[in-house]
Design a protein around this ligand. Structure first.
Ligand SMILES: *Cc1c(COP(=O)(O)O)cnc(C)c1O
Length: 350
């Protein structure tokens, strides 16, 4: 594939010299550190956090690469997935000139981030069965299209996108970058596209510690891409974007893959039970197939159901205003107990 990252990048980004932090210029761990204006006496907290953290999270990436089957140099870590989404838009899209393509109904942050950056958004809706309309996506591409965002399993619909459609986009769109958001991949049967990275230099994969890993409050997102793209993200990120406490917690617990695996087993099982129970309710029109830890459900009157649940302190996500999701609510899979409560509440709804 002919892919020229320099042509995808905004011209000033390609030539930018990054901020060089104290921890960039001397990477040794032993010595008398008088280079970063830290407090040598310690911290105001019981544990010491007085030293700036590793700007490239090297220890984490070595372990993560082994888990994910890639090279450490193919990994970028961000303050949530929000950060790589914003960085890749800023790196590639000149405001008021370039555009991105999104495929609604999908995750809201792509549009928000592009709008903040004053970047045009082209929308090519999914088909009625929530798959890619590949022909129309490719027709929507202009010389100024820099990014195409695909989410699989898709939020809010829950389904996986067919691999052959994603491959067609990857093969046909070499003038820009395809961002494949795999936030819910842990819950799905399909393997990650990480295995395809070496074949597609135009591919950027997003994953997160917020879902199956149960670390939403830490704000830690992963991006996987070819070294060229990772280097650019590293160049334009805030130098210490992953704080020291988060890095330490993760290094100490990243081997706890059992938690992830067990969570996925339990939540997928809970999802099946929830689907079964929901399908029995007379005012449920459709329970969409899900490969994630949530379900999109179409009701006869979603507004009434939503308000009834809120009145009983049970909060689900109203997606009824979203294209192709009319009268639908998105329900996260809870514990068995929480799901039982939800179902018995719904059984009392009329
Ligand atoms: C939850 C979610 C994320 C993760 O966001 P973080 O900023 O990492 O918490 C990313 N993409 C999609 C589609 C999501 O639903």
């Amino acid at each position: 594939m002919s892919f020229n990252l320099d042509k995808v990048l905004r011209p000033h980004i390609a030539g930018l010299a990054p901020y060089s932090s104290a921890r960039d210029e001397y990477t040794g761990k032993e010595g008398i550190f008088l280079d970063a204006n830290e407090n040598p006496l310690g911290s105001a907290t019981p544990e010491n956090w007085n030293r700036y953290p590793d700007p490239y999270q090297t220890d984490i990436k070595v372990k993560l690469a082994a888990i994910k089957g890639c090279r450490p140099s193919q990994i970028f870590l961000g303050n949530g997935s929000d950060e790589p989404i914003d960085l890749i838009i800023r790196a590639t899209c000149t405001p008021k000139e370039d555009n991105i393509i999104i495929l609604p109904p999908t995750y809201g942050m792509y549009e928000v981030s592009a709008s903040i950056n004053d970047v045009e958004i082209k929308k090519v809706p999914l088909t009625t069965d929530y798959q890619l309309d590949v022909d129309n996506i490719l027709k929507a591409v202009t010389p100024y299209t820099k990014l195409i965002f695909i989410c699989s399993p898709n939020n809010p619909t829950g389904n996986l996108i067919e691999k052959k459609s994603i491959l067609r986009i990857l093969e046909s769109f070499s003038q820009g970058i395809v961002i494949l958001d795999e936030a819910y991949n842990d819950f799905a049967e399909e393997p990650s596209f990480i295995a395809e990275l070496d074949q597609y230099p135009n591919l950027l994969i997003l994953q997160t510690f917020s879902k199956a890993w149960g670390l939403a409050a830490l704000r830690l997102g992963m991006a996987f891409a070819g070294e060229e793209i990772v280097k650019i993200l590293n160049k334009i990120k805030p130098p210490y974007n992953i704080n020291g406490l988060t890095q330490k917690l993760l290094i100490e617990n990243i081997d706890n893959l059992n938690f992830v695996k067990e969570s996925v087993t339990i939540l997928n099982d809970n999802r099946l039970k929830l689907v079964e129970a929901l399908e029995k309710l007379p005012f449920v029109l459709k329970v969409y197939p899900s490969d994630a830890n949530f379900i999109l459900v179409k009701f006869t009157d979603s507004k009434a159901v939503f308000e009834y649940l809120i009145a009983h302190k049970t909060i689900v996500r109203d997606r009824s205003k979203v294209v192709l999701c009319d009268s639908s609510l998105r329900i996260s899979v809870g514990t068995q107990e929480e799901n039982k409560t939800l179902i018995s509440l719904l059984e009392q709804f009329s």
